[in-house]
Design a protein. Structure first.
Length: 512
């Protein structure tokens, strides 16, 4: 056959493999879902997608599969760019056997994962699948196992992003759970280990798929998702924005941007003068970072701590801050987990950490104790202590007890600790402290309440300030709020080439 005829035959074969089945495409659209190819096109830069393994075929001959032709075996894989950043990408195609995962489908995914690891580029996976391809039996399970294995090998080497745009059920959910960031879309994403039918049969409980594992549930209740969007288009914009903040791999720094001034506004006015009045700590973060551009991670879950990416003088930093607006910013099981994971991501990918402290301590209570606040809280201590990236801490207001230590204190290896003049650094708040230290005297006093107030004031004057910590060198400088950006920029600049050696080991054993 001549080349022109071969090219014509190729074009026909290509069209057959890429044109969606009309009825399946109609069903996808009726659910408000884009097709897998449309999703890839929407995320990547125009014309940057290069597809591989389009003609891969399954080898299954059970349950009538020998007669089934599954274009691309239900998954599209390739490489491309996002705003000029190279990425490897795969998208499960629900219009082909429900995006179900057989061995060939899995091997396409593991092949693109291997490329991503070797090339040192981020991996983006779009999940929309009925799970293990039932006809392929154990081969499907093998495929999942091979994906999980690579997710683990890639962890801390390349950023891994999962976008859930359809069902992601059974053991399939463990691939996204092993990745760094999970994106979900309202009414479209569904994640669960066992679905409503199984739950009804086994436990007699009735629940809709949406209430069990919909996007809102995963973003707000379980903490499985990191970013929540109302539509696929909004989700893709979030993915693109995230990619600009993170490096291609663990050997690189995130690409620098042009430095921008922060949001105009007086930091002095953000924090109320009464130390128990709440405020939104995100106003502080936006007032010190470039262009007020703060990308919050897990904004809807464990909102008593705020984590996310920003830039200082054009370079990415990871910001961690107690949120006085929610539960007074206490640390608890979920907020410790949330911050610890974010800190470990930043440390793995050379992103300096800037921590803002304002918390009364760890949340007391039977629920928290029984939920393992000891074990979960320890994750935060571990993550900060383990991190060797530049670590800079600003104590805004309260820093009491274990919370003071846990929020990247000097004692956990902070390189620089700054405190505002309104900082209160002590074992506990003045009320609690006076009540304990002077319990006997208060009870014996002629006017116990007046005596108690006097002792609260005495404790406040002595310890509810940054100066005892500064006198002991635990705080490097007491700074006015308007000096914060200047001190942070300088500290980041001089920490640019920080190195910190640790004793050799295979790996640590962090509290889980
Ligand atoms: C083979 C599957 C499939 C699967 C869907 N299909 N899931 N084929 N294996 N797992 C096929 C359907 O047969 C159908 O093919 C097409 O995909 C579309 O499916 P529908 O059911 O028509 O779509 P919809 O009504 O939207 O329902 C979607 C669904 C449902 C909720 C996902 O398909 C479903 O419940 N599927 C099975 C889910 C499941 O139990 N998976 C195994 C989980 S266990 P045709 O030819 O009719 O178009 C698992 C273990 C992993 O995953 C362990 C890893 C460690």
């Amino acid at each position: 056959m001549s080349l022109p005829r071969k090219m014509k035959a190729h074009a026909r074969k290509h069209a057959e493999a890429t044109e969606p089945h009309p009825e399946a495409a109609r069903r996808q659209a009726a659910q408000g879902k884009l097709l897998a190819r449309e999703r890839i096109t929407a995320i990547l830069d125009p014309d940057s997608f290069h597809e591989y393994d389009l003609f891969v075929e399954h080898k299954c001959s059970d349950f009538g599969m020998e007669k089934k032709q599954l274009p691309g075996d239900g998954v599209i894989t390739g490489t491309g760019t996002i705003l000029g950043h190279p990425v490897a990408i795969y998208a499960q195609d629900f219009t082909v056997a429900g995006g179900s995962l057989g061995l060939a489908h899995a091997r396409k995914i593991t092949k693109i994962m291997d490329h991503a690891i070797k090339l040192g580029i981020p991996l983006i996976g779009i999940n929309d699948s009925g799970g293990a391809r039932i006809q392929e039996g154990v081969n499907s399970l093998a495929g999942y196992g091979e994906i999980f294995y690579r997710n683990t090998l890639a962890s801390g080497v390349i950023p891994q992003i999962s976008i859930i745009l359809g069902p992601c059920a059974g053991g399939a959910v463990y691939s996204p759970a092993l990745t760094d960031f999970v994106f979900v879309v309202d009414k479209i994403s569904k994640m669960f280990i066992t679905g409503p039918e199984v739950i009804k049969t086994v436990l007699g409980e009735e629940i809709s798929m949406e209430d069990l594992g919909g996007a809102r549930v995963q973003a707000e209740l379980s903490g499985n998702a990191h970013f929540y969007a109302q539509s696929e288009a909004e989700c893709f914009e979030q993915v693109k924005r995230l990619v600009t903040f993170i490096p291609w791999n663990n050997r690189k720094r995130a690409d620098p941007f042009a430095a921008q001034p922060p949001e105009a506004g007086a930091l002095e006015r953000i924090i109320p003068s009464e130390s128990n009045r709440p405020y939104d700590v995100r106003d502080v973060l936006r007032s010190v970072c470039d262009g007020a551009d703060f990308m919050e991670v897990q904004a809807l879950w464990a909102a008593n701590i705020v984590v996310g990416f920003a830039r200082m003088n054009g370079r990415t930093v990871g910001m961690v801050a107690n949120q006085p607006m929610v539960l007074a910013g206490v640390l608890d099981v979920d907020s410790s987990d949330k911050a610890a994971r974010f800190i470990r991501f930043c440390d793995a990918f050379n992103i300096p950490l800037v921590t803002f402290v304002d918390l009364p301590g760890y949340l007391p209570g039977v629920d928290q104790e029984h939920a393992g606040v000891i074990r979960h809280g320890a994750k935060l201590l571990y993550a900060y202590s383990e991190a060797t990236v530049p670590k800079i801490t600003v104590i805004l207001r309260k820093a009491y007890g274990g919370g003071y230590i846990a929020m990247c204190s000097r004692h956990l290896g902070a390189d620089f600790v700054f405190a505002w003049p309104c900082a209160e650094i002590a074992v506990m708040g003045p009320e609690g402290a006076a009540n304990i230290i002077f319990k006997g005297e208060i009870a014996a006093a002629a006017d116990p309440e007046a005596f108690r107030r006097e002792k609260v004031k005495e404790y406040t004057d002595k310890f509810a300030s940054p100066y005892v910590a500064a006198a002991n060198g635990h705080v490097d400088a007491v700074i006015a709020p308007h000096q914060t950006r200047d001190f942070l920029l300088h500290a980041l600049e001089i920490s640019e080439h920080k190195t910190e050696e640790r004793p050799a080991r295979k790996h640590g054993v962090p509290p889980f």
